[in-house]
Design a protein around this ligand. Sequence first.
Ligand SMILES: NC(=O)C1=CN([C@@H]2O[C@H](COP(=O)(O)OP(=O)(O)OC[C@H]3O[C@@H](n4cnc5c(N)ncnc54)[C@H](OP(=O)(O)O)[C@@H]3O)[C@@H](O)[C@H]2O)C=CC1
Ligand SMILES: CC(C)(CO)C(=O)C(=O)O
Length: 369
Amino acid sequence: MGEQMGIKVGLAGAGSIAFGTAAVLHEAGHDPMLWSPSGDGTAALAKGAELHAHGAVDATLAPRIATDAAQLARDNEVLIIALPGYGHKAVFDALAPHIEPRHQVIISSHASLGAVYLMQLLAARGVTVPITAWGTTICTGRRQSGTEVKVNTVRSRVDLCTVPDDRSAEGLSLCQTLFGDRFQPRDGLLAISLSNLNPQNHMGIALGNITRMERGETWSQGQNVTPKVGRLLEELDLERLAIAKALGLEVKTIFEHFHLSFHVPVASISEMNQKMHEQGNGGVGPATADSRYVTEDVPYGLVLTAALGRLTGQPAKLHEAGIRIFSAMYGRDFEAENEILRALDLHRFSLDDLKRAAKTGVLHQPAKV
Ligand SMILES: NC(=O)C1=CN([C@@H]2O[C@H](COP(=O)(O)OP(=O)(O)OC[C@H]3O[C@@H](n4cnc5c(N)ncnc54)[C@H](OP(=O)(O)O)[C@@H]3O)[C@@H](O)[C@H]2O)C=CC1
Ligand SMILES: CC(C)(CO)C(=O)C(=O)O
């Protein structure tokens, strides 16, 4: 995998996380390249402007820019998928024909068994590579313009797993080489899916603040995790933890999540968020109802957790209610919007099939009856 430093990393995406991750990689001496699927996200950088990161990372860099998926794969040894779940299928479809055995793929953050979908595309070409799924992102932040990103935090811990699981050591070692000793290996893709706290947290945050979002207000996210919103997040967390327990999987609690990601002492979730607000990394809430907090996290997050709740006999009633309430508010069927679960035809598989696929990355066709 090349030299210890200066690894060429291709990022699919040119939004907040792709920009922030490029800055983190640059600071660690690596060589990032960005690919904006439409070209819009990198228009200014492609004309020669520099990318400025400020906040938890202060850096100015001139990342390489890819014109298409083929170039991103050709010019890099590592590919990081760094865009919302609703773009994953299109990006996997575009990249898969160009991925070769020399590559490693990281999905940041992994959504709805996307790693299984990508493995399936690669298997059709006879290619296997280590695909590492992260439960979240290495940093948080907001892209401020085509050349600027504010990085709010660089996380101390990110949960990961690699499929197929016999390539786990390669996946972990690569992540450590790129980003340092920040990774907590977890037991397969179901653990990683249940390690992503955004869907449940964003459900509570968006429900509590939907009028602010719809009216386009500017509002502090941390400050608006008020005691009642905080309690809803804690109750949502209990549903997720019950499913993980039924599956025999260890995942972090919401308290550990905020502590490790935002460096605040453990207290109630509302108190931890107030502290984040005070120390300046509480973030800014979405200023539009057309936000991935709903359009990504409901179909690609809550829907999978709710399905796992049904399969494990641990019904996630609040998660289920969230899917219905947001679908009613938006006049959309968010359950039907998940392109990856639809392509995998999840309903045909048993819990045992999913448990196996969580390790191998392969969903075997159920036997015909
Ligand atoms: N920002 C944060 O602090 C955090 C983000 N995350 C997660 O990280 C991931 C990335 O988030 P973030 O960078 O903030 O998101 P952004 O909305 O900033 O990502 C924008 C990028 O996504 C691309 N994109 C959007 N829709 C599609 C599509 N349908 N097909 C292909 N590409 C698409 C855009 O393409 P184009 O360039 O063509 O416009 C652009 O490059 C998400 O899963 C998010 O939930 C998790 C925790 C924190
Ligand atoms: C703001 C933050 C870090 C917490 O909700 C986030 O997860 C996001 O932007 O997706």
